[in-house]
Design a protein around this ligand. Structure first.
Ligand code: MG
Length: 492
């Protein structure tokens, strides 16, 4: 039986069960005949299996509580809700950092941001005057998949270095269309209201953000109203044009990062206001991607994963999202800063309608996708991701039992199983500095997902164990050359 389970393809398994039944009821000779038919049929259909396509849809600053299928009462997300109903919804899925640049570096390398140098204690992300970026010695997911013959496209926000040497086309992507950093950068001081007021009634011309195709600026300022729409058209076009070979689409939305924009079909439509408009357009976009995959008959051979780079930007009031029951948001190492909606979809392979509480991370998508493609995960450097294929296919658990929460270069917290210890805490934004905790603050995320009740005093053994895990991790960490601190010197 175990032989049949492990060696026959899906359709063959049905034959296997028939075979056992026939041995039991009609004897070995009759069963042999069926076995011969089965093997012949398998041989005839034995075309080399095509590696699955991979689509990662990466929202920006979307909170854990911002989708209908994650309990939001007024944001309408029928496409993502359907995607979750047809696939797997994660309730313990983590980005690797609490802000954009380090989070994106980790998704695309499977490595903690400190290893790639894509973090800093003084510059949280890359800015238009930054001169650093993701080093081309890193093996991005695009590079690893391209080595296996994949067509690769990056559509949307990059934020891993906007100088030519760091653009997506230098990192394994065949094509790039999007904005190279955040949509609230490059503020034009002479246009619109001063300060944050510009964000609350945004117009594209208030920010001189470039829209890039390949390595050329094709529009500046980018018309942000139509970015989600145009990204979607670009992504769908890429899918249709590459249907005959394996492909990797990295669709990294600019939304729902402030300033918020939506095209005319969505603007002013959501009960949740402009934030809801932007989320609902991202939802529409996901629906268009899945529709294209179905129309091209690629749905049974494509893994689509939807998630976000970090939690909601709560400092922007109604323009920021919601972390639902989780504490705090973007910029913070509390759960709301890094725990994200996570939806996996692959009809026939990812079981439908499953909600999992297993722990997983964006870094795991790297290892999982490379392995599914039959590629090699680099063995000359530490990789922090795990292969979650057994979890995705409903055959096993997640190999991840530990998550590290960094802010810049410092390890602020560690989760191991249901326990999370905070060694350092700091408000997401503002002038208040870090507070060290010894003993650390301890929360049980099963009983207390909102991190409200510190139970360190009652659990000294757990505290000791998490301190050991943190110490071992710190001792083994070799930081990369820090990239975010390299900026154009100020003119005197
Ligand atoms: Mg972000």
């Amino acid at each position: 039986m175990s032989f049949l389970r492990s060696s026959l393809p899906y359709r063959g398994r049905e034959f296997g069960l028939q075979l056992l039944h026939r041995i039991a009821t009609q004897g070995v000779r009759s069963a042999s005949l069926l076995l011969a038919i089965c093997l012949n049929s398998t041989a005839q259909s034995a075309e080399p299996a095509r590696a699955p396509n991979v689509v990662i849809i990466f929202a920006d600053d979307l909170g854990y509580g911002d989708l209908g299928c994650y309990g939001h009462p007024t944001v309408r997300t029928p496409n993502l809700d359907k995607m979750a109903a047809e696939g797997m919804k994660f309730t313990s899925f983590y980005s690797a950092a609490e802000v954009c640049t380090p989070s994106r570096a980790a998704l695309l390398t499977g490595r903690l941001p400190l290893r790639t140098g894509m973090c800093s204690d003084t510059q949280r992300v890359l800015f238009p005057d930054s001169v650093g970026g993701l080093q081309t010695t890193e093996v991005t997911l695009a590079k690893a998949l391209k080595a296996k013959g994949y067509a690769t496209a990056c559509v949307g926000k990059w934020h891993l270095g906007h100088r030519p040497e760091y653009l997506p086309t230098r990192h394994g992507f065949d094509s790039y269309f999007g904005i190279p950093y955040s949509n609230d950068m490059d503020r034009v001081p002479t246009k619109g209201p001063k300060g944050r007021a510009a964000t609350f009634d945004p117009k594209s011309e208030y920010w001189n953000v470039p829209l890039v195709r390949g390595d050329k600026v094709v529009e500046r300022p980018a018309d942000q109203n139509t970015l989600t729409k145009r990204y979607t058209e670009e992504g769908v076009k890429f899918i249709r044009e590459n249907k005959s070979k394996p492909f990797f689409l990295y669709l990294a939305h600019t939304m729902v990062h402030v300033p918020l924009f939506a095209s005319k079909d969505f603007a002013g439509k959501s009960p949740r206001g402009i934030y809801g408009d932007a989320v609902e357009e991202v939802d529409w976009s996901a629906g268009e991607v899945l529709r294209a995959l179905r129309e091209e008959k690629l749905d049974a051979n494509t893994l689509v994963f939807f998630t976000s780079d970090n939690g909601p930007w709560l400092q922007f009031g109604e323009h920021g999202g919601s972390a639902g029951p989780l504490r705090d948001g973007k910029g913070s190492t509390w759960e709301g800063g890094m725990r994200e909606p996570g939806i996996a979809w692959w009809p026939g392979t990812v079981p439908a309608g499953v909600t999992t509480q297993e722990m997983a991370s964006t870094m795991d998508l790297y290892v999982t996708a490379v392995r599914l493609a039959g590629g090699a995960v680099p063995d000359d450097r530490p990789i922090d991701g795990h292969d979650i294929t057994p979890l995705l296919t409903g055959k096993g658990k997640s190999p991840r039992d530990t998550m590290y929460f960094y802010r810049g270069t410092k390890l602020f917290a560690v989760r191991h199983g249901p326990w999370k210890a905070h060694f350092i805490t700091q408000p997401a934004y503002g002038k208040d500095g870090p507070t060290e905790h010894d003993p650390p603050l301890l929360y049980h995320l099963g009983r207390d997902p909102g991190e409200k009740t510190d139970v360190a005093r009652d659990n000294p053994e757990v505290v000791k164990r998490l301190k050991e895990i943190a110490a071992t991790h710190r001792a083994g960490m070799k930081p990369g050359e820090l990239q975010l601190e390299k900026r154009v010197p100020e003119k005197k």
